[in-house]
Design a binder for this molecule. Structure first.
Ligand code: HEM
Ligand code: HEM
Length: 214
């Protein structure tokens, strides 16, 4: 019997909207991390002063002049960071809205509940059930982290308009900066998890995230 292409489409493991979100999100987070990397290496003010003074023998520039040039460069890179930040904000909103439009059995909250229920009730293969639930729980924590990143980031962008005192914006910046390490930890664990899944019991999971799976 011929299969209905419509029903085949609906059975895909990852909807096209989720895949689009996943890869755009990966690109935008890579962009954000790259800007942070540039400002903490190439635009590192102390290192730059030393490098300029060592390499410009016949030009006399004092530390303050060099620092002001580097500061300008740093600000330009932060501007790019903020553009990527707006893109991440839009993607987070898109992901939240998508949750309402996903097919019932592809909704993240439902999958989280089902894997938890399965883990609680199953007597056999408990480790496997625990692992499945654990992976979804890590995704849930990641989504919360995205929310923290976006809300602290937007607070930093609009701190003057919002009239936020310096002491508070300083703490917000600390939270924003620290959360990056949690994001990095997630990415490392996620890539390792996907690699192991490909090698063990979920061969083709990456191409499923590209072509949808069946
Ligand atoms: C910045 C980098 C990345 C981030 C933040 C990220 C984030 C995520 C998130 C949040 C999910 C869960 C989606 C959902 O079910 O709601 C996911 C799933 C997935 N990602 Fe990534 N991802 C990244 C990079 C990658 C890369 C480079 C690959 C492939 C090599 C990949 C492969 C997958 C696969 C196969 C899944 C489905 C896994 C499953 O069903 O449990 N991801 N990713
Ligand atoms: C994965 C997401 C993100 C990462 C890893 C990230 C990382 C960082 C880091 C490490 C800093 C430096 C903090 C410090 O100096 O202590 C920073 C600063 C900043 N971020 Fe983000 N960020 C992300 C998302 C966003 C978003 C969504 C926005 C808002 C649209 C944003 C806006 C800012 C602003 C305004 C600053 C301050 C720049 C300055 O000092 O002039 N970031 N970010």
């Amino acid at each position: 019997m011929e299969t209905n292409p419509q029903s085949k489409q609906e059975k895909r493991k990852y909807s096209s909207a989720l895949r689009l979100w996943h890869w755009l999100n990966t690109l935008v987070i890579t962009g954000l991390l790259t800007t942070v990397l540039i400002n903490s290496t190439l635009n590192d003010r102390r290192g730059a002063v030393q490098a300029y003074q060592e390499n410009t023998k016949n030009v006399s520039l004092d530390a303050a002049q060099i620092q002001s040039v580097i500061h300008q460069q740093e600000d330009r890179v932060w501007d790019i960071h903020i553009y990527f930040g707006y893109a991440l904000t839009a993607l987070l909103v898109f992901r939240l809205v998508l949750e309402f439009f996903q097919l019932a059995d592809q909704k993240f909250i439902r999958i989280l509940k089902v894997t938890y229920q399965h883990y609680k009730e199953t007597k056999e293969h408990r480790f496997k059930a625990q692992k499945k639930f654990g992976v979804k729980l890590v995704y849930a924590v990641f989504y919360l982290l995205l929310l923290v990143m976006v809300s602290t980031g937007l607070t930093l962008v609009f701190k003057n308009d919002l009239g936020i005192p310096k002491t508070i914006s300083h703490n917000v910046k600390e939270v924003h900066g620290f959360s990056m390490y949690l994001i990095l930890a997630f990415i490392a664990a996620h890539l390792m998890g996907v690699y192991l899944a490909e090698r063990k019991d979920q061969k083709g999971i990456t191409s499923d995230m590209i072509n949808g799976g069946d």
